[in-house]
Design a protein around this ligand. Structure first.
Ligand code: CP
Length: 312
């Protein structure tokens, strides 16, 4: 795997191998000195054209745990304001010593285009391209599901696991990447949201879909993944009223109480508390939100290890 651009490029075998490697790296975090020399002398650059807390910082933490050097580029305050392109920015960073470039961009396909353009020779990791894909988020979500459902008394893997993804599916790269990856790993994924938030091509996704959140709760999912309403990607013609959305799709305490006792609640963050998820649910024993964040570091360690090992 020279680049990680899309979950579609990962077969189930490669995904499981990455998740296994992540599990080994997770043990490093528990050490008194949580560091390995694996990527000593390698420079990873975070090239972030969109805002981020979790992804940017966990790539940074992952690289540092593998002893790599880290450079961070943020669009705000950079020469992007003077019209510098993604290609020119990436080439500039490569000339400064970047060995691996992690890209977040608002344009669909930005990371893929950079990887295949020949503009730079470095491995490229997609940290989110517009509404398209967020492969490391899907991997960390799979790692979290695996770790939770392996534990006794559950003792099962992802095969047949019922995962309900709820919210602004149309604008969500997290939903797209999870639909591909979790189904490749054997999970049964259902997406739920108001008609306007379901993608027009949802019938071509490897998932079931519904506009009835309460019926989907009644179907007793093993995991419910709540997604943020992406106000920054909504359009003027978008008819969804926020009040109606909260009424029909917020995971309230009352709705959570109707879930089976061992159903877990996930959220990729950042959360809009009181919109898609009630605070009481986000902070409840069902919530594995911070476990997802923790797994993000070890999953990204595994991805960095893999792309660096496979560079040609
Ligand atoms: N989940 C996620 O991508 O969060 P950030 O936008 O904070 O990186």
């Amino acid at each position: 795997m020279k680049h990680l651009l899309s979950t579609k490029d990962l077969g189930s075998k490669q995904a499981v191998s990455l998740l296994d490697t992540a599990l080994e790296f997770a043990e490093v975090a528990a050490r008194s000195v949580p560091k390995l020399p694996t990527l000593r002398g390698v420079t990873m650059v975070n090239l972030f054209m969109e805002d981020s807390t979790r992804t940017r910082l966990s790539f940074e933490a992952a690289a540092k745990r593998l002893s790599a050097d880290v450079m961070t580029f943020q669009a705000t305050g950079s020469s992007v304001s003077k019209g510098e392109s993604l290609h020119d920015t990436a080439q500039t960073l490569e000339a400064m010593g970047a060995d691996i470039i992690v890209v977040r961009h608002s344009a669909v396909g930005a990371a893929e285009e950079l990887a295949h353009s020949g503009a730079v020779a470095t491995p490229i990791i997609n940290a989110g391209d517009g509404t398209n894909e967020h492969p490391t988020q899907a991997l960390l979500d799979a790692a979290t599901l695996r770790s939770v459902f392996w534990e006794e008394p559950r003792g099962r893997d992802l095969a047949g696991l019922k995962v309900l993804v709820v919210g602004d599916i149309a604008h969500s790269r997290v939903a797209r990447s999870n639909a591909v990856l979790l189904t490749a790993l054997g999970a049964e994924v259902t997406v739920a949201g108001p008609e306007e938030f379901l993608p027009e091509d949802v019938s071509s996704w490897p998932v079931a879909s519904t506009t009835d959140f309460d019926a989907a709760i009644h179907a007793e999912p093993d995991a419910v993944m709540m997604l943020r309403v992406q106000h920054e990607r909504r359009t003027a013609g978008d008819q969804v009223s926020l009040d109606e959305y909260v009424n029909d799709f917020c995971l309230t305490e009352e709705r959570a109480n109707r879930l089976p006792a061992d159903t877990i609640v996930m959220h990729p963050g950042p959360m809009n508390r009181g919109v898609e998820i009630a605070s009481a649910v986000a902070d409840s024993d069902r919530s594995v939100v911070l476990e997802q964040v923790r797994n993000g570091v070890s999953v990204r360690m595994a991805v960095l290890f893999e792309v660096w090992g496979d560079r040609s």
